[in-house]
Design a protein around this ligand. Structure first.
Ligand code: GNR
Ligand code: NI
Length: 169
């Protein structure tokens, strides 16, 4: 049982294009377990490896509602192989930008290809919050934050507040 410290923006590790994982070993499995615990503890509905300082293409998500059983997904090298032309606007937050929320428009459905923890390729069709969350997490492993989808005015306002919050952390 390990809760990992979450990196707050601005931080160079959150800007890095993370590395493709070539084989799924014990280190990756342990990391995904710890990431899920860290995510549930926060609490959040998704977490990407760079948010805990690891620059690997690994994400975890659980977008089940509180009245539903848990639905954790561990995804290695996740890729969007198809996205809808139709977009939805959703209010996003991020554990690396605590206390900040803004509307972001993204494709409303997404087909994602990834390796599961056994190294088997999976393809999943997603919609709603799960589609949004997976796109948010794939952005993270490409060094992109939700504020990068906003105007530079809104982005800089939030990042300036984060610099202050980090000094007071
Ligand atoms: O917990 C989270 N909630 C959330 C809400 C709307 C869109 C995306 C997210 S992901 C976020 C956790 C997080 O920062 N993942 O990287
Ligand atoms: Ni995030």
């Amino acid at each position: 049982m390990t809760i990992l410290p979450i990196v707050w923006a601005p931080d160079p590790v959150l800007k890095i294009k993370c590395l493709h994982v070539n084989s799924v070993g014990e280190a990756e499995k342990q990391l995904m377990k710890d990431m899920l615990e860290t995510m549930y503890n926060a609490p959040g509905v998704g977490l990407a490896a760079p948010q805990v300082g690891i620059t690997k293409r690994i994400i975890v998500v659980d977008c089940a509602r509180t009245d539903e059983p848990p639905a954790p997904y561990k995804m290695i090298n996740p890729e969007l192989i198809d996205t809808s032309k139709e977009e939805i606007i959703n209010e996003e937050g991020c554990l690396s930008l605590p206390g900040h929320y803004a509307d972001v428009s993204r494709p409303s459905t997404a087909r994602v290809r990834y390796l599961d923890e056994n190294g088997n390729q999976q393809i999943m069709d997603t919609e709603g919050l799960l589609a949004v969350c997976i796109q948010h997490e794939i952005d993270h492993i490409n060094g992109i934050l939700f504020v990068d989808h906003l105007s530079s005015l809104k982005r800089n306002m939030i990042l300036k507040k984060m610099v202050k919050a980090k000094k007071e952390r």
